[in-house]
Design a binder for this molecule. Structure first.
Ligand SMILES: [Zn+2]
Length: 345
């Protein structure tokens, strides 16, 4: 079974779960998200990189109600022991986060993303390339393009790709007040939903620039996670070159990577057949961003379930993680070190 189908099933299962508390604890200390991979306008000034929450702001352990942290009295434990059905299961202390540059996954699964479209010249032929390889991608779309070419948005969704929000007019969000910020995202959210019947679950800030309080606000208002990237082919830079796009993607992609690309550039789309085929040949499987995030969550749940001692009993994972032995080894991933994001001219 393909990973995509399995993840889709997982999504269906997990979509019924309540929203969990959010904290950015998964980002390792010192990780700085890319700021501006996209062509910065002349007026754009450097903005603070979106940092993970400082370690000091994160409780060492998820809060556990006092009543659950102590063992029940002996008589209650005996009663539990003779029950025919197991006692109510205490949910695992799964911790979520709201900003992703990549995901921690146990298998060579990656997400490729395309920004700034849809584009009438390039998005349809990109969709043909993806369909021919049964690859699902994620499209971060600009609202004003969505309303101009809604039929392409519908095709994107109908063919199983994830639709996501990239603002209405691609401004630098850090320069906006709350009213404008809300409008940029809400209008695009509504336009995507109207065009294809599916609501976005995530957004990507133009230029990768977003304030800490803005991320939190957007998460609270729209439920969005902030999706950045860890693989940047700099495909917007001139002179544009398909071979360089391919080389940069292949040099930096790792398991759990989120690859940035732009379907408004012909050279980027021209680079895709060779790039996608090379990634497939290296053993990578493609997931949408939401599927990749769910795989990370599933993995952390599985780790928690195997923790010994005082951890509460957990149900078996509904969908087991694919055993590593059935997947190509990580060693077939490119051996070159990842390039520093944003430093390649
Ligand atoms: Zn963009």
């Amino acid at each position: 079974m393909s990973v995509s189908f399995r993840f889709l099933s997982l999504l269906l299962v997990t979509s019924a779960l309540p929203i969990l508390s959010q904290a950015d604890i998964k980002l390792p200390a010192g990780v700085v998200a890319p700021i501006t991979s996209e062509p910065p306008a002349a007026t754009i000034t450097p903005t603070p990189a979106p940092n993970p929450a400082p370690a000091s702001a994160v409780p060492a352990q998820p809060a556990v109600p006092a009543a659950m942290s102590a063992e029940p009295p002996v008589e209650i434990r005996r009663a539990i022991a003779v029950e025919d059905t197991p006692p109510a299961v205490v949910p695992a202390p799964v911790v979520s986060r709201i900003v992703y540059t990549s995901c921690k996954v146990p298998a060579p699964v990656i997400a490729i993303t395309f920004d700034d479209g849809p584009n009438p010249d390039h998005t349809p032929r990109l969709l043909d390339m993806l369909k021919a390889r049964n690859i699902k991608a994620t499209f971060f779309m600009v609202g004003r393009c969505v309303v101009t070419w809604p039929h392409i948005v519908k095709r994107i969704a109908d063919e199983g790709h994830e639709v996501a929000n990239h603002s209405w007019s691609h401004p630098l969000l850090t320069g906006l007040g709350n009213t404008s910020l809300d409008s940029q995202l809400q209008k695009t959210h509504d336009a995507i939903l109207k065009a294809c019947g599916k609501a976005p679950l995530h957004y990507r800030p133009p230029y990768g620039a977003i304030g800490m309080s803005q991320r939190k606000r957007i998460n609270e208002k729209l439920g969005y996670s902030t999706i950045l990237w860890d693989v940047d082919p700099l495909d917007w830079k001139t002179p544009r070159n398909s071979k360089k796009v391919e080389e940069r993607i292949l040099a930096s992609t790792r398991s759990g990577s989120i690859i940035l690309a732009h379907d408004i550039h012909g050279t980027t789309v021209d680079a895709m057949p060779a790039t996608l085929d090379a990634l497939i040949a290296r053993g990578y499987q493609f997931a949408t961003v939401s599927q990749l995030i769910e795989l990370e969550k599933e993995t952390s749940t599985t780790v928690a379930a195997t923790a010994p001692a005082s951890m509460p009993l957990l149900p078996e994972p509904t969908i087991p993680v694919v055993p590593m032995s059935t997947l190509p080894p990580e060693t077939i991933a490119p051996a070159q070190p990842a390039k520093a994001v944003g430093l390649d001219n």
